[in-house]
Ligand binder design. Sequence first.
Ligand SMILES: Nc1nc2c(ncn2[C@@H]2O[C@H](COP(=O)(O)OP(=O)(O)OP(=O)(O)O)[C@@H](O)[C@H]2O)c(=O)[nH]1
Ligand SMILES: [Mg+2]
Ligand SMILES: [Zn+2]
Length: 253
Amino acid sequence: MLVGDNVEIVKDEFSNNYVITKVLPRKNQIIRPKVANIDQLLIVISATPKPDLYLVDKLIINCFINNISPVLIINKIDLISNTEINEILNQYENVVEKIILTSALNKINIANLKSFLKNKTSVFAGQSAVGKSSLLNAISPEINQATNVLSKKVERGKHTTRECTIFVLEDNILIADTPGFSMLELDFKFSELTSYYPEFANYKCKFNNCSHINENGCGVIEGVNNGEINKNRYNRYVEMFKQLKTKWDKEYD
Ligand SMILES: Nc1nc2c(ncn2[C@@H]2O[C@H](COP(=O)(O)OP(=O)(O)OP(=O)(O)O)[C@@H](O)[C@H]2O)c(=O)[nH]1
Ligand SMILES: [Mg+2]
Ligand SMILES: [Zn+2]
């Protein structure tokens, strides 16, 4: 059974406890964070720790594979410059469902975030110490999840949240806090990768099965060169493609 599962229960006449008799079919499930039946993944990044955009890209791909809507939250905007924020907006504005800028500390945009959670099941995801639990506490102070400072020496989170917990709030909001993580393995055929980059979709290439790496007449590479497609996102795409291909060749050759 997973957090987020819908189940059938019956009351045990002797003990008066409810007993789970059946786990209902899932509409989706992911491994990191480990949850089922999600509508949207709230991918949180912040000024500190330094955002791992490669991880963000992978989380977004996992959303597309599992029919989950990706939402990007840039938290700790009290600590981040407008230039840095714009750099991130440029990379993801054509990619995710919505981008929300927040400060859990200064309570900026918390009401906006909360209204975006109505009638949905949402799950926080991201590195340790980006402020997932702090955001949840800001949305609903009675929850009072433990939070903890960054380790000064290594600029890494302390993995304060240890398990995945789902909370039921007013307005039909279901929201899960989850442990931070920095590793995520993708596992599919390298040639499918391009289909998870919505910003590539409208570009035409000379070859139908173009992987947009170094082919002649590649519309995507043209889009990158004339500044229409974000170069950083594209460079990470190339990196990810190569990694997936190496892995695939090793397993199936
Ligand atoms: N300046 C600032 N600090 C924040 C903000 N949000 C959270 N923090 C701080 O960041 C630290 C980490 O916050 P947590 O909420 O524990 O982070 P987390 O993502 O839940 O971390 P894990 O449970 O380890 O995955 C705490 O010291 C928070 O007070 C913010 O908007 N601005
Ligand atoms: Mg936490
Ligand atoms: Zn191409």
